[in-house]
Design a protein around this ligand. Sequence first.
Ligand code: SF4
Ligand code: SF4
Length: 373
Amino acid sequence: MNPMAEITATLADAGTYARDLKKRTNGRTVGYVCSYTPEELILAAGAHPLRLLGTQQAIHRADAHLQTYCCSLVRGILEEALSGNMDFLDGMVFPHTCDSIQRLSDIWRLNIPFGFHADVVLPVKLTTASARDYMADVLRKFRGDLEKSLSVTITDEALREAIDLTNSIRAALRRLYELRAANPGRISGSDIHRIVRASMIMDRRRFLALLEEFLAEASGKDAPAAAKPPHRLILSGGVCNAPDVYGMIADAGGAVVWDDLCTGGRAFEEPIPAGGDPIERMADRLVKRAVCPAKHGGLTNRADHLVSLVKEKDARGIIFLLLKFCDPHAFDYPYLKAALDREDVPSLLMEVEDPLPPEGQLRTRIEAFLEML
Ligand code: SF4
Ligand code: SF4
């Protein structure tokens, strides 16, 4: 099977993949819901970290616990758990980020009767003098919680190995993005999206081997000649669980050349720095990485990041993918839009939810935006 076929098959039924992996390795699987999860500690504990990304089925069981005005990501995760589709999990980790994730944690603790449960209460303000030390203390506590719950010892050596592995994955993902940004015809946006999602689901060593194989093939390939160069765009938002959006953008004559998503750039940009105590190094990265709106990294931090991405990647505009009822991203949008307007960067706001709204509506809006460009 070629790398993309294996990745696509995994994503088509991530539950079966997780069950098979567990059986094959006789290992444990720890679910998580947010890219602030310190997955190196889970790996160093000998467990498999698996990111949960909502559901594609209709949501009704979760409605008994969460109001319908919570985002479809947390409602979808709860729906899958209540439907018994997550029997492969040995535990769950909930970083302290948005209100919806915190409420999901409470509901999970009371209603999903398996495995251990960890709340990782990371600092919200990342700009204070004590944020980094606080972050390191929270990571140490999580290390202790994992050791107790899984009856293992997490050695510094195992943690360094896990950091090397996740850093290698981050570097390979960055190369993938750079390859596409240099020539979008070479790799489809949907493939990029699938690869990033797989990086959070598959066995990490297997994933890295597949990605290296894919990169070797893709970098040796000539891009098909395009009649007209596509409009270069950046996607911004929380979680994108919908590869169709990339296809719609490509059909309308655009190409996503970078993103500011937590199923994308925010998850792999900024490696863990080299040298020293592994916990301190992880804390350094979590404080410095591209911030999401559930954290505070300075008054203009996110806008500065978006504007610099536009310039660096030579993009023509930004599409905001706002998950319906996602307050943190909705609250940030007006100031981001104003900052982009000041820089004459056109942007489009698209409200989406899982499953996606009727395709026709989104297509028309994307086409109109690209025509305007
Ligand atoms: S947008 Fe922020 S809080 Fe939400 S899942 Fe992503 S990293 Fe976590
Ligand atoms: S940050 Fe937004 S999309 Fe992510 S879990 Fe929270 S409310 Fe949902």
